[in-house]
Design a protein around this ligand. Structure first.
Ligand SMILES: Cc1cc2nc3c(=O)[nH]c(=O)nc-3n(C[C@H](O)[C@H](O)[C@H](O)COP(=O)(O)O)c2cc1C
Ligand code: SF4
Length: 371
């Protein structure tokens, strides 16, 4: 039963004890609590945790790899999850928000005149001008920082690097945001250049490390996502990224629209079904034979097993399902499927908790606390 869910897999050069991965998920809790929660997820049997939003530069929203404190945090997290034979992957993240442009919204946010929901589209409006106006000197500095951050991440104990192909890589990729007229804009090849050079910066410094690329696909009809790579340009981007050194792809819908599009609830008009983004994996598959990790509404063991067995995906990443039940892999392994807390994709306490600054939680925690 569930032979593929319970078998090791080679993911771009690293052997995972099984194909179940904790998808990158910012938890919005203290570092201490984050460590506890991630160790809990590792204990539940998944083979790899992708740590969301590890900043590429010295300053960012997450702990900095460049400071003693930040580095120590990552090192102790790696040691803790390795105890459960769980790999740790650093999602290297470079924001595409224009910090100077953001400052004018600070008073509105502090006085609660601007809600987080209202802030998002306001920030998105700044992305195009910011990317288009970024100096080449700054671009080269950021690209080099991907390499520097990867070296530090490996020293801290991360086993893989994931390049976050949304955010700055994704906005450079997108003709909707990128209106540059130099070698970083214009044709699809040029718009791929930032991401390709970021991958190369890691590969040059770390010839052997597996590099996963979070590849966000922009859907045109009906339109969803603004950054990332439109389906018709995957034939350009995927081979260029592979040639630059990518060893696997983590495929999902592109960002910069509503968060509930990339984290879709069960009643979403377009992505409400289980395995909602797997069709993008099929599109990427046309251009590469590298391992592909699917994500999005993967909750039911039978369905996940089918996708793995057919070879459609090599790994199955779960965010909300492992928040709802960190023991999903272990319960499936030991024949306790009837005991699973199935994520119902309500978004109430996970995305809802994040948006309300309460931290990411789950409706099942409340039920457990009550009983
Ligand atoms: C609370 C929350 C935070 C997330 N944070 C990140 C993140 O930091 N980086 C990222 O690339 N994706 C992030 N995601 C998206 C997930 O990785 C995943 O693609 C999405 O939730 C769909 O998978 P699921 O149906 O298994 O939840 C987040 C998702 C949730 C629910
Ligand atoms: S609150 Fe829990 S059950 Fe609801 S979507 Fe989030 S993780 Fe799933």
């Amino acid at each position: 039963m569930y032979e593929h869910i319970n078998s090791p897999v080679n993911y771009g050069g690293v052997t995972l004890k099984n194909p179940i991965v904790f998808a990158p998920t910012s938890l919005g809790v203290s570092q201490e609590e984050m460590t506890q929660r991630l160790v809990r997820i590792a204990h539940g049997g998944c083979a790899m945790i992708i740590l969301g939003d590890v900043p590429v530069g010295r300053h960012g929203f997450g702990p900095s790899l460049y400071t003693k404190k930040g580095f120590a945090f990552y090192r102790s997290l790696a040691e803790a999850v390795h105890k459960y034979d769980c790999k740790l992957c650093a999602q290297l993240h470079q924001s595409d928000s224009d910090l100077k442009a953001m400052l004018k919204y600070v008073p509105g946010v502090l006085t609660k005149k601007i809600t987080p929901q209202e802030l998002r589209p306001l920030l998105n409006e700044q992305v195009g001008p910011y990317i288009t106006g970024l100096s080449r000197e700054k671009i080269h500095h950021i690209i080099d920082s991907f390499g520097q951050a990867a070296v530090l991440a490996q020293k801290a104990g991360f086993d893989l690097i994931q390049i976050h192909g949304d955010r700055m890589c994704g906005s450079f990729s997108s003709a909707l945001f990128n209106h540059r007229t130099d070698e970083y804009g214009g044709s699809a090849e040029n718009r791929a250049r930032f991401a390709v050079e970021a991958v190369q910066a890691v590969r040059r410094r770390l010839p052997d490390i597996p590099i996963d690329y979070k590849l966000p696909v922009r859907q045109e009809n009906p339109a969803y996502g603004k950054a990332g790579v439109v389906e018709s340009e995957l034939s350009v981007f995927v081979p260029l990224l592979e040639h630059a050194g990518v060893t696997s792809f983590h495929v999902t819908l592109a960002n910069h629209s509503d968060l509930s599009d990339t984290i879709p609830p069960a009643n979403h008009p377009e992505f409400g079904q289980e395995g909602c983004f797997l069709k993008f994996c099929d599109q990427v598959r046309r251009y590469t034979s590298l391992p592909i990790c699917g994500v999005g509404g993967l909750t039911r063991p039978d369905f996940v097993e089918e996708q793995l067995a057919s070879g459609r995906i090599q790994c199955a990443a779960m965010s909300r399902q492992l928040i709802a039940d960190p023991d999903w892999p272990e319960k499936v392994r030991s024949g306790r499927v009837s005991e699973l807390h199935r994520c119902v994709r309500c978004n109430k306490e996970c995305l809802g908790g994040m948006m309300a600054h309460r931290g990411v939680h789950c409706i099942y925690e409340k039920k457990e606390n009550v009983s």
